[in-house]
Design a protein around this ligand. Structure first.
Ligand SMILES: *Cc1c(COP(=O)(O)O)cnc(C)c1O
Length: 224
């Protein structure tokens, strides 16, 4: 595995897509999804200048965040579905939570978070049945419901595209999420600035960047 080579190649593609769509490279955050590997890979990537990591399992996440706690500049993203009963254990290790998908989960975060928690609301843009997340129509009412809570800050919206989507469909889904994010931002809810989008993975991040992604989640492309 040539981590340095893969990382360079992903960074090059990010730069190309950003330039191609008239965007600034700094506005696209690459999150390294390290769920497939142990903490040695995180250390290696950190030494290569990567400081944003994502995991999707609670125990592995806590283990890595604890081992690497000395690196205060690391930003820890949690991208998996989080069961309510595990919120207490993990929430205060998380910098960005990408899978807020119910009011019950928001209430649990409210209960256990020690400070304001940056969250992405997960949206099921494609309507695929197996996917978690709110439908496009449900997002605004959900954001309004959050006004009663004091620990949730909605920084943006997150989506996962269907595995088998064509590039045309990917443009459509990512474009829809970007539009919805801009609409939600205009509501001017103080606890939901909603200025960011978390969309795009190894197979589709270039399209996501063209459609305005600010956080892309890259796993397998780093480890080929
Ligand atoms: C695993 C995972 C990724 C990374 O996927 P790759 O195809 O390996 O880049 C991104 N987002 C979520 C939510 C994931 O679970």
């Amino acid at each position: 595995m040539n981590l340095q080579g893969n990382l360079n190649s992903v960074r090059e593609k990010i730069a190309q897509s950003a330039i191609h769509s008239g965007r600034k490279i700094e506005d696209v955050h690459m999150i390294a999804v390290t769920k497939y590997f142990d903490v040695g890979i995180n250390q290696h990537l950190y030494d290569l200048g990567v400081s944003e990591f994502a995991e999707n399992r609670v125990d592995k996440f806590i283990l890595k965040a604890t081992i690497l706690a000395q690196y205060e500049d690391i930003i820890w993203h949690f991208i998996g579905n989080l069961q309510r009963r595990k919120v207490k254990k993990v929430i205060n290790h998380i910098d960005y939570f990408h899978a807020l998908d119910s009011f019950a989960l928001a209430q649990e975060i409210e209960k256990y978070a020690c400070e304001l928690k940056k969250c992405f609301v997960e949206v099921n843009v494609s309507g695929e049945e197996s996917k978690h997340g709110f439908s496009v129509e449900e997002v605004e009412p959900f954001l309004r419901d959050l006004c009663l809570l004091t620990k949730i800050q909605v920084v943006g919206l997150m989506t996962m595209a269907p595995f088998a989507a064509t590039s045309e469909e990917l443009h459509e889904y990512f474009g829809k999420l970007k539009n919805l994010q801009e609409e939600m931002s205009k509501l001017n809810l103080p606890y939901a600035p909603c200025t960011q989008t978390s969309m795009g993975m190894s197979s589709d991040f270039e399209i996501a960047i063209e459609q305005g992604a600010s956080y892309i989640r890259i796993g397998s492309a780093l480890y080929e």
